[in-house]
Design a protein around this ligand. Structure first.
Ligand code: C2E
Ligand code: MG
Ligand code: MG
Ligand code: MG
Length: 279
């Protein structure tokens, strides 16, 4: 009957599902040792002011160099780290390492660090951030924390408390991947964000699709009316940049200027641009 057929179908897929599960268990195991074995690296992607073309900041993006599998994307390992709770340790390491690096730079630019919703639910997050700023000497106004709408979905009051504690420290808060979640516009009204990061999906088609252009224009205007700035993510072409600039978007980030690069290369980029500005 149907039941027996269902079972046979299930069995048919079993070996493949086993392989996926096994691969994930292996990654989970390796992830546990990645911090202590020096497997993580932070890359920095410059953020450009659309009016002046100057580098005004950067975003820290985590990279995992796996001993046998090579470079693994955060899109693959961050969800595993979140499911296992390892994200708290990994996120803490990232925050400490990125703040220590940025405190060394001669330029007064911002450092953006992504914070997982799992980390955000730790009631000690603001305390952790304060202690990182204290130990690295990075001024609070140079740190931006990027969160997604997911932090706001479960417990509005706790999230609001944490957001306010962080802002009291002088740290800025950005809403990442804007436009990809649920009731985005209502969140803008309820929470005190400093910046909206417009997701790459809208930026990608801004020079081809009127809807994308209209959406970005609306977001830029809403942000401006609430004293928030806007950053366009994933800017890859000059036509995209020109439209974003014309729409009044504040900053851009993307391969057009530079992908995320290792710390040494990012410092070289800063030097190069300082010289250009001085010349
Ligand atoms: P995100 O925070 O939205 O970061 C932007 C992503 O877009 C990065 O991918 C970046 O490399 C990529 N990108 C930048 N410019 C371009 C472009 O012009 N074209 C295209 N196609 N892509 C571009 P990445 O580094 O693979 O990171 C993916 C996501 O993983 C991040 O999205 C963030 O959600 C998460 N992630 C990365 N590092 C961390 C971290 O330290 N902690 C946490 N919790 N999440 C992280
Ligand atoms: Mg981000
Ligand atoms: Mg994003
Ligand atoms: Mg993203």
């Amino acid at each position: 009957g149907a039941k027996a057929g269902g079972r046979r179908t299930f069995r048919f897929f079993e070996p493949e599902m086993d392989a996926v599960a096994r691969s994930r268990r292996e990654l989970e195991f390796d992830l546990r040792h990645a911090i202590s074995s020096g497997g993580f690296e932070i890359h920095y992607q410059p953020v450009i002011d659309l009016r002046t073309d100057a580098i005004t900041g950067c975003e820290a993006l985590l990279r995992w160099r796996h001993p046998t599998r090579g470079l693994i994307s955060p899109a693959e390992f961050i969800p595993i780290a979140e499911d296992t709770g390892l994200i708290n340790e990994i996120g803490g390491w990232t925050l400490a390492a990125a703040c220590a690096e940025a405190a060394q730079w001669d330029d007064d630019i911002t450092l953006a660090v992504n914070i997982s919703p799992v980390q955000f639910r730790q009631q000690t997050l603001a305390l952790l951030v304060a202690s990182m700023l204290g130990s690295t000497g990075l001024p609070a106004r140079r740190l931006e924390l990027e969160v997604t709408e997911a932090v706001l979905i479960h417990d509005d009051d706790a999230a609001l408390t944490t957001l306010n504690q962080l802002r009291t420290l002088g740290v800025r808060i950005s809403l990442d991947d804007f436009g990809t979640g649920y009731s985005s516009l209502s969140y803008l009204q309820r929470f005190p964000f400093d910046k909206i990061k417009i997701d790459r999906t809208f930026v990608d088609s801004v020079d081809r699709t009127d809807t994308s252009k209209a959406i970005i224009e609306a977001v830029v205007n809403i942000a401006a009316s609430r004293s928030m700035t806007t950053t366009a993510e994933g800017v890859e072409t000059e036509p995209q940049r020109d439209i974003l600039r014309a729409l009044g978007c504040t900053q851009m980030q993307g391969w057009l200027f530079s992908p995320a690069v290792p710390a040494r290369k990012f410092r070289a980029l800063l030097d190069e641009h300082r010289n250009t500005r001085a010349a």
